[in-house]
Design a protein around this ligand. Structure first.
Ligand SMILES: NC(=O)c1ccc[n+]([C@@H]2O[C@H](COP(=O)([O-])OP(=O)(O)OC[C@H]3O[C@@H](n4cnc5c(N)ncnc54)[C@H](OP(=O)(O)O)[C@@H]3O)[C@@H](O)[C@H]2O)c1
Length: 204
């Protein structure tokens, strides 16, 4: 089922440790080409070496040392990825700042800004830079029922053009998500909504 991840270029932020490291290793073992990134160069190098060892195709990860609090570093991260691999298929945003503080704490607003900068602004900036390169995604669903509509062709064109990913979905898009959710691969996911709509719901 995950065979199609072979050769995909995957940029995982926070991949030099924690959850991001394991995600990078999983993609590597599935034959993807990964970008390992974080601020600590030793950790980045160590995880990259371990990913290369796991890669069935012996792909060497790209390593980029960067601080996602810096706009310049974010731009460099995407730029180096595209220069090196000539494409980007998947972006996994896996970095977050987390320091719970009482609203009455003297440092509350400073802490609030730190959360917004890394957890929101950096993610939005990364998405803005990555989206032009992320070519393949999901879409509204083309089924045999569509053929029964008088204006099926114009509807198809309408939905394809309105969808951020510029195509309609198909039944396989749904079946892929359903089998994933039914498999052990999604063993820690429950009770959440996964829109399979090519991003059309994001348009409001
Ligand atoms: N752990 C949990 O229980 C838990 C629960 C729910 C959600 N999450 C979410 O899962 C994600 C990963 O969590 P985690 O526990 O694996 O975190 P973690 O162990 O702290 O790992 C963070 C990773 O992000 C990198 N990083 C941190 N700040 C960075 C920055 N400013 N610029 C670039 N890289 C940075 C770290 O490398 P450097 O330090 O070298 O930069 C490391 O590779 C986060 O989004 C977190 O909110 C975690």
């Amino acid at each position: 089922m995950l065979e199609d991840l072979k050769d995909k270029v995957v940029l995982i932020t926070g991949s030099s440790g924690g959850i991001g490291e394991i995600i990078a290793k999983r993609f590597s073992s599935l034959g993807s080409k990964v970008v390992i990134t974080g601020r600590n160069s030793e950790n980045v190098a160590k995880v990259a070496e371990e990913c290369a060892a796991l890669s069935p195709l012996k792909y060497e990860p790209l390593t980029v040392i960067c601080d996602l609090n810096s706009e310049r570093d974010i731009e460099r991260l995407v730029h180096e990825t595209i220069c090196h691999f000539k494409r980007l298929d998947v972006l996994v945003n896996c970095v977050a700042y987390y320091e719970p503080l009482s609203i009455l704490d003297d440092r509350f607003l400073e802490n609030f800004d730190a959360h917004m900068k890394l957890n929101v602004r950096a993610v939005v900036q990364l998405c803005r830079l990555a989206i032009p390169h992320l070519s393949e995604c999901k879409g509204p669903i083309d089924t045999p029922k569509f053929e029964t509509f008088e204006d099926s062709e114009s509807l198809r064109e309408h939905y394809s053009s309105k969808t951020p990913v510029q195509r309609m979905g198909n039944r396989d898009d749904i079946a892929n998500a359903v089998t994933y959710l039914a498999s052990n691969a999604s063993g820690f996911i429950t009770g959440c909504l996964i829109p399979i709509d090519g991003g059309i719901s994001l348009l409001g």
